[in-house]
Design a binder for this molecule. Structure first.
Ligand code: NAI
Length: 247
């Protein structure tokens, strides 16, 4: 029988991350639900258990390296391995360039960029030490290469996620560890449901083929497909999960 995989998923309390937790668990993986939102994360883990799956909630602040290291250590302590690391937690916005609130600017970089770096480093070290040919998947965005007004710092972080994924993939390939970025377009989750500028939300919808926001379940399915051994040709790649956003 194949070894049951262990998937660690950050941002697991909501949106894309929650759907990824449910998808990986439904497919038979043990899931470590990680988020700083304790109530939401615990609820995701409970949903998995109610459906007969195996899950553990670990509270994490991805903007702190020691917190991400502790997350990976707890996953390995609980289940003995880590096969999939989905660095997905993120925050949006941060405002127009000339009106930057620098605290928010730094917060966006700390969560969206440094948080992903800490996840790549901690999971990469653990997989290498354990001799596991795992996969690290990082949530980028179409905003990693398409500009739009009002999200200056966000663009910087998502561009960084793409290049960090490519660079880490190159270095981890000799250990059989893949690193992949996934780029959603406009997904129906709280991060964009909360836009104060409803005109911006409407214009984003129009850029998605079909004119409706992408369902987070379908992004989660894409992430699952990337994680499969059969997808080994996907490495150092940016996989679009954007329903043709603005193309
Ligand atoms: P969401 O707001 O539903 O989920 C984000 C999760 O990250 C939340 O549960 C939140 O508590 C968690 N989080 C935020 N900061 C954290 C921290 N410091 N430590 C631990 N957890 C933290 O939003 P969504 O849409 O599911 O976002 C997931 C990822 O997808 C993000 O990286 C986002 O940038 C990206 N994305 C989203 C798109 C969209 O249209 N919704 C489009 C492209 C990318």
């Amino acid at each position: 029988m194949a070894t049951q995989r262990v998937a660690v998923i950050t941002g697991g309390a909501s949106g894309i991350g929650r759907q990824a937790c449910l998808t990986f668990a439904r497919k038979g993986d043990r899931v470590v639900v990680a988020d700083y939102n304790e109530a939401g994360g615990a609820e995701t883990a409970e949903m998995i258990k109610q459906a007969g799956g195996e899950a553990l909630f670990v509270q994490v602040d991805v903007s702190k390296q020691e917190s991400v290291e502790a997350l990976v250590q707890q996953a390995v302590a609980a289940y003995g391995r880590i096969d999939v690391m989905f660095n997905n937690a993120g925050i949006g916005g941060a405002g127009p360039v000339l009106e930057q609130n620098m605290d928010l600017y730094h917060r966006t970089i700390n969560v969206n960029q440094h948080g992903v770096a800490y996840g790549i480093i901690a999971a990469g070290k653990a997989m290498k030490e354990l001799g596991i040919r795992g996969v690290i998947i990082n949530t980028a965005s179409v905003f990693g290469f398409l500009a739009s007004p009002g999200t200056f710092a966000y663009h910087a972080t998502k561009g960084a996620v793409i290049m960090m994924s490519k660079s880490a993939a190159l270095e981890l390939a000799p250990y059989g560890i893949r690193v992949v970025a996934v780029a959603p377009g406009a997904v129906d989750t709280p991060i964009i449901q909360g836009f104060k500028d409803k005109g911006m939300l409407e214009s984003m919808k129009q850029k998605v083929m079909g004119g409706e926001l992408t369902r987070p379940e379908t992004v989660a399915n894409t992430v699952y497909l990337i994680s499969m051994d059969e997808a080994e040709a996907i490495n150092g790649s940016v996989v679009m999960a954007d329903q043709g956003y603005a193309s």
